[in-house]
Design a protein around this ligand. Sequence first.
Ligand code: PBG
Length: 324
Amino acid sequence: MVFPEYRPRRMRRNRQLRSLICETRVSVEQLVYPLFIMPGKKIKEPISSMPGVFRLSIDQLAAEAKELQKLGINHVLLFGLPAKKDPAGSGAFGRDGIVQLAIKELKNKAPDLMVTTDVCMCEYTSHGHCGIIVQGQVDNDATIEQLGRIALSHAEAGADIVAPSDMMDGRISEIRAALDENHFDQVPIMSYAVKYASAFYGPFRDAAACAPQEGDRQGYQMDPGNSREALREANLDIDEGADILMVKPAVAYLDIIKSLRDECDMPIAAYHVSGEYAMIKAAAANGWIDGDRVLHETILSIVRAGADIVITYGAKDMARMLRG
Ligand code: PBG
């Protein structure tokens, strides 16, 4: 195929021809929208670093669910902001915990909306780390026991999928066992299998007030320079029984999404994280980029790299764009 026999521009002449050979399409079915739940009543508090995203009280969830379902979005990912925090993060697994109550409300008011829960301790611990601290270190084995309890409490409240984001070793088997022993063998685990120690989580940590009080998360989250290690993490989670593997962040880690796509046959999710979203919104607010088009291109690229599922704060904007 040498010029002039093959002219790539022939198939780019109009929208219908381009669309005929379009290799990657995003569907609203792939999108997951994160929700931040806080105590109180009638609260819909804007998160300043994440324009368009709010902290909601439980009484706002029915209306939120309706809005999402109208847009065709079928999946949410819940984060809770508890009224109180303690060193053991005990607010994370109470029957009347903020997330547990939010799950019940959503399953009551919008049973078809699929509820995934973030299983982690950092929003609930006073020190802000994702686990229990023993002698100044996040103790792996004490933490995974707690994570099993948290995941079980979410399943008991009605969660459709649980998503551990802590990056402790062995937590998928621990959670799988806790669920299976209690007749929740049908609840899938979406593992934050490959989660990097990233500066792109900045706005989220403000939104959920969960920045570590001391130190950082490099002792458990991955080194951004490592890609072979991503496959080791993914394989461990497959062996332990994960149903979906997640890569996080997404945009700065498209090569990792691609290599997981090439090396394993599991469903892959990618988390287009707070900082990645905030950068688009900030540049758009300054008039430097077309925010809608950049968001669309970003999500398309995440899917092109190999993600089946995209968790994004831009899900509503994207759903509107997909409608045309
Ligand atoms: C909790 C958690 C974090 C995010 C999702 N779950 C924060 C962190 O690990 O520091 C980040 C999400 C985002 O930035 O949008 N462990």
